[in-house]
Every structure is written in C-alpha cells, then in structure tokens.
Design a protein around this ligand. Structure first.
Ligand code: PMP
Ligand code: GLN
Length: 386
C-alpha cells in the first residue's frame, strides 16, 4: 500500500460486518437495509436483463432514461433545473461520485474542508487526489444527547488561501444531523465569498424525520454554478447492492467529474440503470411512506438504546443513531464495539474511525436502524444486559 493510503487499511464496515458473521451477532454496524426495495423496481431490473437492455456497455454518462429521471427528480422536489445531457452523470454509487469529483477537482496540496465525523471514503479519496483534509468538528449541543451542530465560526476560520473545496454531507452520516436552512445559507455565503467549490453528498436527502427538511446546497444563491451534488439509489430505494448513484452539476463541473469517471469505471452497470429510472418515477407517496416507516424504526431503537443506558443523540435524518457510551461507564468506542458481539450479541460501529481528532470521537458509537422491527426489538432486548 502506498504512502497516501497507508493509514486507511480495511474499512470499518468490512471489519464489523465480518465480526457480525463470525459471531452470529445482529449487525447494526454497516448501514444496509434488511428488506429490499420495491418489488416493481426489482421487476424492472429483471425485465431489462431479459430484454437485453444494458447488457452491453451503456453510454458513458449513463442511459438517457436515467439521466432524464434524475433531472426530473431534482425539478420535482427542489425546483432545480438540470439539463440531462450536460448536467447529469450516472456513477457506480455515490462512492464513485465522491471519488471522481475529488480526483477531478483537486490539485495536489489543495485543502478540503470536511465535516467531522466524515464518511470514511472522503478521507481516502482526498488522500488519493493528493489533497489535504481539514476537518471541522460537529459537536453535540448537549453532552449525552441533543443534535450535533456545525459551528459556523469554526467553519469560517478553517478556510485558508489553499482551500479549494467544501465537502458537505447533509443529512449527515453518522450523526444524523440535518443542516438547517440558516446553516446552509451561511455555508453558501462563505463559498461565494471565498470562491470555493462545494461537493455535497446528499444520499440521505429523503430520509428526514419530524419537522426536519432537507434543502440542497445547490438551491442557495450563487451555488448552482459551484456545487457538485451527489445522491444514490442505495438509500432512497433500499438497493445498496446495485451501486447506482448520480451527480448533478453545471456543465463545466460535470464535464470534469465525467472525465475522472471515464477512467475509474468507464461506465456504470447497465440493467440496474433502467430499474432506477423507474424507481425515480415512483409517486412521491413512496418516499413519504418510507420516511414514516424509518421514523418509527428510529423511535423504536432510540427507546431501546436509552433503556439500555446509552446517551442517545436522536437523529433528524439518515438511518443511524449516534450514541454516547459514557453513561454506561465506557469511553473507548473501539474497545466497546470489538467486545459488544460477545457481551450482547450486537454489532455497532465506533464513530472514532470518522475522526482525525480520535479522542473527540472516542465515546461515540453508531447503530443502524434500517432493519426489521423484530430485529430492532431483539437487539434492544440484548443490549439491556449492558
Ligand atoms: N455517502 C454517504 C454519506 C454514505 O453513507 C454512503 C453509504 N454508506 C455513501 C456515500 C455511499 O453510497 P453508495 O453505496 O451509493 O456508493
Ligand atoms: N454507507 C454505509 C454505512 O455508512 C455502508 C457503506 C460501506 O459499507 N462502505 O454504514
């Protein structure tokens, strides 16, 4: 492994999912649903395979049907207008979109500001692109509970003459924070004032609860031209194994990202693109129903975790709950998660892996709630032994 990647090794998700398989524990670590997405969307994939649509190299930017469906989705939900031919790119999941964007837009030595804790691939991709990550830490508004918030002064202070881009993620994995309109407006103002590019990972755009609202950064003044927006069918439609994601951006930025994508995967797998185009055209009631279902799951697991003695940072979005293990008498999330399968038959993820400031992240542990209710109840019951 070269020096750029030496610090990364095996991802925490692979490690913890392997631990779950080895111990037979309930896997609330890696975020993937245990119920597949809509039947009719699966049928659409089967039809595409059988009818020979997408079995040979599809067009590089993605099939026209899916690009049109992505553009229509952005218009319908956010009144954002993107030209499917020049402003939409299909990628191999959001993961490739993040990689292609960073590889395309960074010069060696450029600084990238990322919200800490950050999704693990950000750090590795910034490193592969030769960039330098500059974390800005989200902090709980109250110890042991309360949402994690962005300190806007800290964000402003992190910008230097070498800052090239802001890498934003909202709704935020792993904290479940949904940046408010006011916060996003301040991020946008800063980007305009300091002439920064923004890459925004909005894969959990539809997974928001209670009165939380997701607003894409590209909708704010001055942002459409400087923002690369990323999403994925994995989260909204519960098909994480299909690896279909997409980018929307103004033509110059999109062309740059597409240039990098060409030499990463050339094109993304064909038949699933046809199916995802149909998923994006589902009535909006699909998203509303899914959101309601997940909100009930959040409440179920949050109650179980609180009863087991965890500090619970109730998420406003995503399908993760970040907990604080200090009320249980622990302070090292790594040790806690490595021992948890033996102690309680449950797997979780230590948030510290998402931090440069490992000490700050040490007491936090993440649980995924995109699981069947009986699985969540069983996990909650098991955790009561702690
Ligand atoms: N970004 C974030 C914040 C995520 O949580 C995930 C999924 N774990 C991804 C990107 C990757 O998405 P995909 O599976 O579509 O590559
Ligand atoms: N995004 C999912 C998570 O945060 C899993 C992604 C992965 O396994 N790389 O758990």
């Amino acid at each position: 492994l070269n020096r750029r990647l030496a610090e990364f090794g095996t991802t925490i998700f692979a490690e913890m999912s392997a631990l779950a398989v080895r111990t037979g524990a309930i896997n609330l670590g890696q975020g993937f649903p245990d119920t597949d997405g809509p039947e009719e969307v699966r049928e659409a994939a089967v039809r595409a395979l059988r009818d020979g649509r997408g079995n040979q190299y599809p067009p590089g930017p993605g099939i026209p049907e899916l690009r049109a469906a992505v553009a229509d989705h952005q218009r319908r939900h956010y009144a954002l207008s993107y030209d499917p031919d020049t402003e939409v790119l299909v990628t191999a999941g959001a993961t490739e979109a993040v990689a292609a964007a960073l590889l395309a837009l960074l010069e060696p030595g450029d600084e990238v500001i990322a919200l800490e804790p950050y999704y693990d691939s950000y750090a590795a991709c910034i490193a592969m692109a030769g960039g330098t990550r500059v974390p800005v830490t989200l902090r709980p508004s109250a110890e042991g509970h309360g949402p994690f918030r962005l300190d806007l002064d800290e964000l402003r202070d992190a910008v230097t003459d070498r800052t090239r881009l802001l890498l934003i993620n909202t709704p935020h994995n792993p904290t479940g924070t949904v940046l408010t309109r006011e916060e996003l407006a301040a991020v946008a103002e800063l980007a305009v004032e300091r002439d920064l590019l923004v890459v925004t990972d909005e894969v959990y755009e539809h997974l928001v609860f209670d009165d939380a609202e997701h607003a894409p950064l590209a909708t704010f003044p001055g942002m459409r031209e400087r923002t690369v927006t990323i999403s994925s069918a994995g989260k909204t439609y519960s098909f994480t194994g299909w690896k279909v994601g997409w980018v929307t951006a103004a033509p110059a930025l999109l062309t740059a990202v597409r240039s990098a994508k060409q030499y990463l995967t050339f094109v993304s797998a064909g038949p699933f693109q046809y199916a995802v185009a149909e998923a994006l055209a589902l009535p909006d009631s699909y998203v509303a129903a899914f959101r309601k279902e997940l909100q009930a799951k959040r409440d179920l697991l949050a109650a179980g975790l609180a009863e087991a003695g965890f500090g619970v940072h109730r998420p406003a979005g995503t399908y993760f709950i970040t907990t604080d293990i200090r009320p249980l008498g622990h302070s090292d999330g790594f040790a806690f998660c490595r021992a948890l399968p033996e102690r309680a038959g449950v797997v979780a993820v230590p948030n510290a892996v998402f931090y440069d400031h490992r000490e700050t992240g040490a007491p936090f542990v993440r649980f995924a709630f995109c699981k069947r209710d009986d699985v969540l109840r069983e996990a909650a019951g098991r955790l009561r032994v702690l």
